[in-house]
Design a protein around this ligand. Structure first.
Ligand code: HEC
Length: 124
C-alpha cells in the first residue's frame, strides 16, 4: 500500500517534533550546568573564582588585555569593574558586592604576570 501524502506528512511532523524535542533536551542539558554555576554577589567562594568565572572569559582569553602583573592600582580596577569602560561591561551590585570587588581588585593587582600572557586579538 502506498503511503498517502497525509500519512507521510504526519510521519514527517512527528519526526520533526521528535528532533526538536531532542535538540531542546540537549540544549537544556548544556545550559543547566552553566546556570547552576552562575554566581551572584554574596555567593562567590573567593577572588580567584570570581576572576576565573567572569574576567578570564575575556582577559586571559585573547579578547582583552592581560590584567595581572601590570601594577594596575586596585582602586582603578574596582572603578572599571563597577562602571565599565568602552568595550568592557559594567558589573552590577547584584553581580559583585563592593567587598567582592575590593577582594577581586586586590587579587588582580597583586598577581604576577602569567607565564605566557595573551594579548588582545591573539589566538593560540
Ligand atoms: C566581555 C569581555 C570582558 C569581560 C568579561 C571583562 N572585561 Fe575587562 N575589559 C574588556 C575590554 C574589551 C577592555 C578594554 C576596554 C577599552 O579600553 O576599550 C577591558 C578593560 C579592563 C580594564 C582596564 C585595563 C587597562 O589596560 O587599563 C580593567 C581593569 C578590567 N577590564 C577589569 C576586568 C575585570 C576585573 C573583570 C572581571 C570582573 C573584567 N574586566 C571582565 C572586556 C572584558
Amino acid at each position: 500500500m502506498r503511503t498517502s501524502i497525509l500519512e507521510a506528512r504526519t510521519v514527517l511532523a512527528r519526526h520533526v517534533a521528535a528532533s526538536l524535542y531532542a535538540i531542546g533536551a540537549l540544549l537544556g542539558a548544556m545550559l543547566l550546568p552553566a546556570l547552576a554555576e552562575a554566581q551572584a554577589a554574596g555567593e562567590w567562594r573567593n577572588a580567584q573564582q570570581m576572576f576565573d568565572a567572569t574576567c578570564a572569559y575575556c582577559h586571559g582569553a585573547g579578547v582583552a588585555d592581560e590584567l595581572r602583573g601590570r601594577d594596575l592600582p586596585p582602586e582603578y580596577i574596582g572603578v572599571v569593574i563597577r562602571h565599565g569602560v568602552r568595550g568592557m561591561p559594567a558589573f552590577r551590585p547584584s553581580d559583585f558586592s563592593d567587598a567582592d570587588i575590593a577582594a577581586l581588585a586586590a587579587m588582580i593587582a597583586s598577581s604576577p604576570k602569567p607565564e605566557a600572557p595573551k594579548k588582545k586579538g591573539e589566538v593560540r
